[in-house]
Design a protein around this ligand. Structure first.
Ligand code: HEM
Length: 147
């Protein structure tokens, strides 16, 4: 069972991170404004739903492993794992908040003009998701090495 949950956790991490890297690349390399608008208009909502499902799966499978491995007894202790686990979980909280902000603006303004504040929040949150993912992946790897 543990292996299956870890497998799903890894699959979800692959899809979730892969998607965020791909959409980030689109934002940079798709220079044509009209094409960009169209792509985000049609692909955006599908991407948003799909990605939020995978993030939810990541959190559920992560919590499942957390409790089945007894990590709730480890996270506050004097050991090598605690600080890494705490950092990973803290960043997961941040990435979840950034995702909620990003999706809220995306769905509210899909196909409409954005105010400068909406533009800023949308860009800042997508940048945050991208960078946080790379750091979370690093902590996940360090954690796995120790467990
Ligand atoms: C954005 C969210 C997350 C991402 C991208 C992510 C990514 C990963 C990855 C890639 C691994 C495997 C590391 C390796 O094999 O080297 C992993 C393992 C693990 N994750 Fe997550 N994770 C996320 C959220 C969570 C959450 C919310 C929890 C727990 C509350 C969690 C708990 C764990 C545990 C316990 C392992 C280790 C399992 C083992 O080594 O047997 N993860 N995670």
């Amino acid at each position: 069972m543990m292996n299956l949950v870890l497998y799903i956790h890894l699959l979800a991490a692959t899809v979730w991170i892969g998607g965020s890297v791909f959409l980030f690349a689109l934002g940079i390399f798709l220079r044509d404004k009209d094409a960009q608008k169209k792509v985000y208009f049609y692909v955006g909502p599908i991407y948003g739903y799909v990605e939020s499902v995978w993030l939810t799966i990541l959190i559920i499978t992560g919590l499942w492993m957390f409790f089945h491995m007894g990590l709730e007894n480890v996270i506050h202790g004097e050991n090598l794992i605690a600080p890494i686990l705490q950092k990973k979980l803290f960043l997961v909280v941040l990435i979840t908040i950034a995702t909620i902000i990003h999706m809220y603006i995306a769905f509210k303004t899909n196909g409409l003009e954005r105010t400068p504040l909406q533009k800023f929040l949308s860009r800042a949150s997508s940048m945050a998701i991208f960078v946080l993912n790379l750091i979370i992946l690093w902590y996940a790897m360090e954690l796995r090495t120790l467990l």
